[in-house]
Design a protein around this ligand. Structure first.
Ligand code: COA
Length: 180
């Protein structure tokens, strides 16, 4: 399913995705600057497949997904996936497709909004994620909203000629620093 509109700070908001946003994902994911640590670098990204993905994401009851907007433009997406509603646990993810906008605090604010929603609206018990240890930007954005390391998966995957360790993070309502 898609998440509702949430207004954030510093020009960042989360909004329900549209098919046009899903068509942007396909283009972003193929860019080397964006896909350094994560995402497919080839595959079926025709408009027909994106429409299928869009419909599936919108009806899937085990995920909640948003488009990230910065200064009124779609710049990426975030969500909580594979939600187990009995254990109230899910896996979070974030993707900023506009690499010209990295380092402006967009991910930090999007993670804050998403995490606040997980506790205050979804009433989840825990959210976890897997991040390449070398992907400091993603780790930091999540740590600032209360994610803590629970493990380190050494040499988890091979990409661009090298092994990457993965940082396994988890967050709980009580680790959220911003009780707004
Ligand atoms: C990783 C990503 C989410 C970071 O987004 P962003 O909007 O640039 O992040 P922010 O500006 O909020 O920065 C968060 C923190 O990381 C730091 N940071 C950002 N990019 C960094 C980089 N390349 N190297 C080191 N630190 C970095 C920032 O300084 C900030 O730290 P601070 O608040 O302690 O000063 C974004 O680059 C992205 O989506 N990349 C492609 C997809 C991806 O890797 N997704 C994550 C998969 S787990």
């Amino acid at each position: 399913m898609f998440g509702p509109r949430i207004e954030g700070r510093t020009g960042v908001s989360l909004i329900p995705p549209t098919l046009e946003h899903f068509n942007l994902h396909a283009r972003w994911m193929m860019e080397p600057e964006v896909g350094r640590f994560w995402g497919p670098r080839f595959g079926d990204v025709t408009p027909e497949r994106q429409e299928e993905r869009f419909k599936k994401a919108g009806t899937d009851q085990t995920q909640i997904q948003w488009t990230i907007v910065y200064e009124k433009q779609p710049v990426g997406f975030t969500g909580i996936f594979d939600i187990n509603w009995v254990n109230r646990d899910g896996e979070s993810g974030i993707f900023i497709g506009r690499h010209d906008l990295y380092g402006r605090g967009i991910a930090s604010e999007a993670v804050r909004l998403r995490t606040s929603f997980a506790w205050n609206e979804l009433r989840l018990h825990r959210v976890h994620n897997w991040i390449a240890h070398a992907n400091r930007g993603s780790r930091r954005a999540n740590e600032k909203s209360g994610y803590r390391q629970m493990g380190l998966f050494k040499r988890s995957y091979f990409r661009s000629g090298e092994w990457y360790d993965e940082w396994l993070g988890e967050a709980f309502p009580e680790t959220f620093p911003d009780k707004v």
